[in-house]
Design a binder for this molecule. Structure first.
Ligand code: SF4
Length: 755
């Protein structure tokens, strides 16, 4: 019988199917018939952002991808895709793909080794660190970019199989705030909306969100709104979305919390609240109403820099009788020093008006990465796998039973957050890191600090598609991973819709799917029997269904991947009972002619239509705190406030994939730039195209000037896609979510000296 590794590698030259086939215990990979029809079309959910667009992948006679078009029948994107989606196949063919494991040798270079050697080094070095310094001396930093079966297997393997206490992911950088805000307010991390709400609102309020370029297909859904909506954008920058809005509120950076409390006060004063909903379905309103009473329009205008007229006009629009109001937020809220309370200020506005669970309503977080929602549910970091609580003994027992493991292997507390893991590296408590599909050296706040921490690590493993990322270049061991399109699994999008990503291309060289690598690690570590049921991504999906059963995110009514695909994706909850009920309804309609059943492709689900939340008393909570000043305000030495964010719809995060596409590189500047207001540029003698020197208390860098009134005087903006930017950022964190506050720090700007 060939070993698991031999079977996996053998399968690479076999038919186009998963390395781990979809029958538990069956590793006879060479005998499995091709799942994909040659010269046909497969469908895959895009692997960049959380919109979750479906792409039709066109295949050659060997069943391999040759090009793609957006799926016209999918309820999310309705035949549209942004530039990243159109170019999704290109990064797979990049010449710098990691094609074999690489191990740092005695001369300091990374040299190719085979998988048995790589796995022996992996388990040998991590185990020796644990033996010397304790099990807690190894930690994992993962991602919201891999499929949910992989992140769940990783979470279970690390925590229950390898005894690693600390596992976090780059979801901490984008969506930790939404996770915590919903969990505290609703009792579960449960974004309530469906994308149809973009089309069904009379008033859409975007706070710290620029969907025109960050989520372009969601913006297209706004453009389909036929209700002549008011579109209000709260953002210090006049972004593309602000330009398209009916009202732009350029509040001073991080005064949005004050503005939202002021709006709450105005709604109360105008009687634009729903006393019945508040009384029957919420707690804490009286305290909240008393708290916001000091946020008078005069006070709000003073703090935010907005005019009283704009503040009162906004309140009027929101308070209009019968208007459907929806609130939408993303990184401008999530990446701030009072992020959770700001998200909850939006939730409070929606609750007090009873504007939730109905078309066109809700306080709705727009997610970042393609599977950040999967990571929030199954990453095994902040919540116990499946959205359970580590501290709850009954939950540990239940999860242990489902996974077939001793519940005593499940820790009683959540992992430390990303920043605290890095603090523990700094303190010498954590001595080895396993980083998967994320580029910490580029993307982490105050990145210069991470560079210093590298020397404190005895062993750094990076598992990635590319050996060339800023982080992979610093690794002791690189494990070559398959990317999107080279493996199977499920993503969960912003509106809780599960969609399937399919394998349509072979990973190069010796690269393997993350799922296969985790299985190999389990075998090398000696804990593979614990994961016998996780024999393939499809089998793992069965485990996840079992974990979800009875939870708010219950999707146990989904049969399999084909069921999801035939349904145009399926939003959770979709329990067995819901599936049966829908089936009975369909049967009644169709009579005995009904042969098979899927939910309609345009099946939409909203949460909380019945006013029942997931807290123990089924009531949502009003949560609030007083606004506090910026962690690093400007001063005479550093007089500009730096904001960071997405540069264009062609760029994705650290550019490790989008930079591989010549098409995408043509759609955005290839060099870092800094946006300056004309009134600030003039005294500096700067014009567009000048090289500027930007300094903060952490470091300095240069960028090309773009002189534009998009940014307000005293503020500057830099896109996050260039590694230089996080050299500048200030390491402040939201106290509840521990999400880094990338959006505001003090910098000095001048013309760069000629070299
Ligand atoms: Fe992919 Fe997001 Fe673009 Fe859709 S909007 S094609 S999911 S990157």
């Amino acid at each position: 019988m060939p070993s698991l590794l031999e079977q996996l590698l053998l399968a690479r030259t076999g038919p186009m199917t998963s390395e781990l086939v979809q029958h538990p215990g069956d590793f006879g990979l060479g005998k499995v018939p091709s799942r994909l029809a040659p010269a046909g079309t497969a469908k895959a959910i895009c692997g960049f952002c959380s919109t979750g667009c479906s792409l039709q992948i066109h295949l050659n006679a060997a069943g391999e991808a040759i090009n793609l078009t957006p799926d016209p029948d999918y309820p999310v994107n309705l035949g549209m895709a942004c530039p990243k989606g159109w170019e999704a196949l290109t990064p797979l063919a990049a010449p710098d793909r990691a094609t074999s494991p690489l191990l740092r040798d005695s001369k300091g270079g990374l040299r190719p080794v085979d998988w048995p050697r790589a796995l022996a080094e992996f388990s040998g070095r991590f185990k020796s660190v644990q033996a010397l310094h304790g099990p807690g001396a190894v930690a994992v930093l993962s991602t919201g970019q891999i499929v949910v079966e992989e992140m769940a297997l990783l979470g279970a393997l690390a925590k229950f199989g390898m005894g690693i206490a600390d596992i976090d992911s780059n979801t901490r950088q984008c969506m930790a705030t939404s996770h915590v805000a919903y969990k505290q307010s609703y009792g579960f991390d449960a974004p309530p909306f469906t994308y149809a709400d973009f089309e069904e609102s009379d008033v859409l309020v975007f706070v710290g969100a620029n969907p025109c370029i960050a989520h372009p297909i969601m913006w297209q859904r706004v453009m389909r709104n036929r209700r002549n909506p008011a579109i209000i954008v709260v953002d210090p920058r006049r972004t593309e979305t602000a330009m398209a809005a009916t009202l732009h509120l350029p509040a001073r950076p991080k005064t949005d919390l004050t503005l939202l409390y002021g709006l709450a006060r105005e709604l109360i004063k105008r009687g634009a609240v729903d006393p019945t909903f508040i009384a029957e379905h919420t707690t804490g309103f009286a305290e909240f109403a008393s708290f916001v009473d000091t946020f008078t329009p005069e006070h709000v205008a003073r703090e935010t820099g907005l005019s009283m007229a704009d503040i009162l006009h906004t309140a009027e629009l929101i308070a209009r009788p019968g208007a459907r109001v929806s609130y939408w937020w993303t990184m401008g809220v999530n990446q701030s020093h009072q992020a959770t309370r700001t998200a909850q200020a939006l939730i409070n506005l929606s609750l007090m008006a009873g504007q939730i669970g109905q078309p066109g309503t809700g306080a709705n977080s727009i997610t970042g990465q393609c599977n950040a929602m999967g990571s929030r549910l199954f990453g095994n970091a902040t919540s116990l796998i499946g959205g359970y609580d580590y501290a709850n003994a009954a939950h540990r027992e239940h999860v242990g039973q489902i996974l077939g493991i001793d519940p005593s292997l499940i820790p009683q507390q959540a992992s430390r957050a990303y920043d605290r893991i890095l603090d523990a590296v700094d303190a010498g408590e954590i001595r080895a890191l396993w980083i998967i599909a994320t580029n910490t050296a580029h993307s982490w706040i105050n990145s210069g600090k991470f560079a210093q921490l590298r020397d404190k690590l005895d062993f750094l493993v990076v598992q990635d598609m590319y050996a060339t990322t800023e982080t992979a270049r610093q690794a002791d061991l690189v494990l070559p991973a398959a990317g999107w399109g080279e493996k199977d699994g499920v993503f969960i999008n912003s509106e809780r819709r599960l969609g399937v990503a399919r394998k349509v291309a072979r990973a190069p060289g010796q690269a393997l799917s993350d799922f296969a690598i985790f299985k190999l690690v389990a075998e090398a570590w000696g804990c593979s029997p614990m994961f016998a049921r996780w024999s393939s991504p499809a089998a793992a999906f069965g485990v996840l269904k079992d974990l979800s059963r009875g939870q708010p995110c219950d999707f146990s009514g989904i049969r399999d991947y084909d069921h999801i695909e035939a349904s145009g994706g399926i939003q959770w909850p979709f329990s067995e009972e819901m599936a049966e009920r829908l089936k009975a309804e369909k049967l009644k309609e169709a009579g005995s002619a009904l042969q098979s059943f899927s939910p309609s492709a345009f099946f939409e689900s909203r949460l909380f239509a019945d006013g029942k939340f997931f807290t123990s008393d089924h009531r949502a909570k009003f949560l609030f705190d007083p606004p506090v000043p910026l962690p690093e305000p400007v001063d005479a030495a550093y007089p500009f406030l730096l904001n960071t964010g997405r540069g264009s719809s062609a760029q994705w995060h650290t550019g490790s994939r989008t930079d591989k596409s010549a098409v995408l590189r043509k759609l955005a500047p290839n060099l870092p730039w800094i946006e300056l207001n004309p009134s600030d540029a003039a005294p500096l003698g700067a014009v567009t195209g000048d090289r500027m020197l930007i300094r903060s208390r952490r470091g300095s860098t240069t960028a090309l000037a773009v002189v534009t009134p998009i940014v307000q005087p005293g503020q500057v903006f830099m896109p996050m896609h260039f590694a230089e930017v996080n050299v500048l950022t200030f390491p402040a964190y939201d106290p509840h979510s521990r999400q880094p506050a990338y959006k505001a720090c003090a910098v000095a700007v001048s013309l760069a000296p000629n070299l």
